[in-house]
Design a protein around this ligand. Structure first.
Ligand SMILES: NC(=O)c1ccc[n+]([C@@H]2O[C@H](COP(=O)([O-])OP(=O)(O)OC[C@H]3O[C@@H](n4cnc5c(N)ncnc54)[C@H](OP(=O)(O)O)[C@@H]3O)[C@@H](O)[C@H]2O)c1
Length: 293
């Protein structure tokens, strides 16, 4: 199959590399800043000059951009990119976008004669590169069946969900809410312990035992060591974007999401202090400041 991959950021690079290395598909890549695309030539991928050029002839177009806005820049009514997609081809969006926008994308593709699948992923960039992501798929049923095999190249667990595309995005937001809440709780736990004279390493030992998932254990280590470097992980800016998605989705169904508001406020403070490119777990630094440390 011919695949176009748009967006070679932290997550996209891992997924696209696995697709290229699998040799199972003919791959074309595009990234807004071209330097991230160039290494893919060595893996046998075609580097497209622009997103419309990338999607021409593609059976599946995968987008791993940042947010609703960046997807909307490329996909809207009569946009060059949408117009360049061949009829019946599939847009698989692995970006964490809002449930509302996911359904709008599905309607846009229905009207254009193309198919849409939401496929948000759980796992950090190292899981993406290792093919160990967890992925939720929902949207056009015939298209879900087609993309599932391709997704297994970068996701080790795939849940196909019935219902509109937004079902997958809603599930992703619930999971991210839980992870963000764990990060906030860990930051408070370490700060609370330190104030009471409890050795931080003792808390790290027990938190590691409580949390079996390697992807979540990463945060015990980062918070324990106060390692705020986002490196190849998840930035405060991207995390704040997800908190906004959660709060909007919660408000649309009148669901109080109190912890999310606390986390969003701390992220705003962190961003105000110039921590926008730090790891999202750096909200511990705000807790510490508020504890006078
Ligand atoms: N990192 C994680 O741990 C993680 C885990 C699960 C899900 N996610 C989700 O996966 C998505 C990507 O995250 P990431 O960590 O890979 O982010 P990232 O490294 O910041 O990459 C973002 C990508 O989007 C592109 N982009 C941003 N704005 C754009 C615009 N207006 N037009 C065109 N391209 C644009 C960037 O292009 P440039 O290179 O030109 O800037 C880059 O390719 C996000 O929705 C995130 O919430 C992330």
């Amino acid at each position: 199959m011919k695949i176009a991959f748009l967006g070679l950021g932290r997550m996209g690079t891992g997924m696209a590399t696995r697709l290229a290395e699998s040799g199972e598909h003919s791959l074309t890549v595009w990234n807004r800043s071209q330097d991230k695309a160039l290494p893919f030539a060595l893996l046998g991928a075609r580097i497209a000059n622009n997103p419309s050029d990338a999607v021409e002839d593609a059976d599946i177009v995968i987008t791993s951009l940042l947010d609703d806005k960046s997807i909307a820049t490329l996909f809207h009514y009569q946009s060059p990119v949408l117009s360049a997609m061949k009829k019946n081809s599939i847009h698989l969006c692995v970006t964490t976008i809002s449930p509302l926008y996911a359904d709008q994308l599905q309607a846009l593709h229905d009207a254009h004669g193309t198919r849409y699948v939401s496929g948000p992923v759980v796992g950090r960039p190292d899981a993406s590169a290792a093919g160990k992501l967890v992925q939720f798929l929902a949207g056009d049923e015939s298209a879900v069946a087609v993309v599932k095999n391709t997704c297994s190249i970068f996701a080790e667990q795939i849940m196909c969900l019935s219902g509109p595309a937004s079902t997958a995005n809603s599930q992703k937001l619930c999971i991210n809410f839980f992870v963000a809440s764990l990060i906030e709780s860990m930051g408070e736990c370490f700060t609370f312990g330190e104030k009471l004279g409890v050795p931080r390493e003792n808390l790290a030992f027990f938190l590691e035992k409580i949390l079996p998932l390697p992807g979540v254990k990463v945060y015990v280590d980062k918070i324990f060591k106060r390692d705020t470097n986002s490196g190849t992980g998840f930035t405060m800016t991207a995390g704040r974007k997800d908190l906004a998605l959660m709060l909007d989705a919660a408000s649309s169904v009148q669901c109080p999401l109190d912890i999310a508001s606390v986390i969003a406020n701390k992220m705003d403070m962190a961003i105000e202090q110039g921590m926008e490119d730090k790891d999202w777990s750096a909200i511990q630094e705000i807790t510490r400041q508020r504890a006078g440390m």
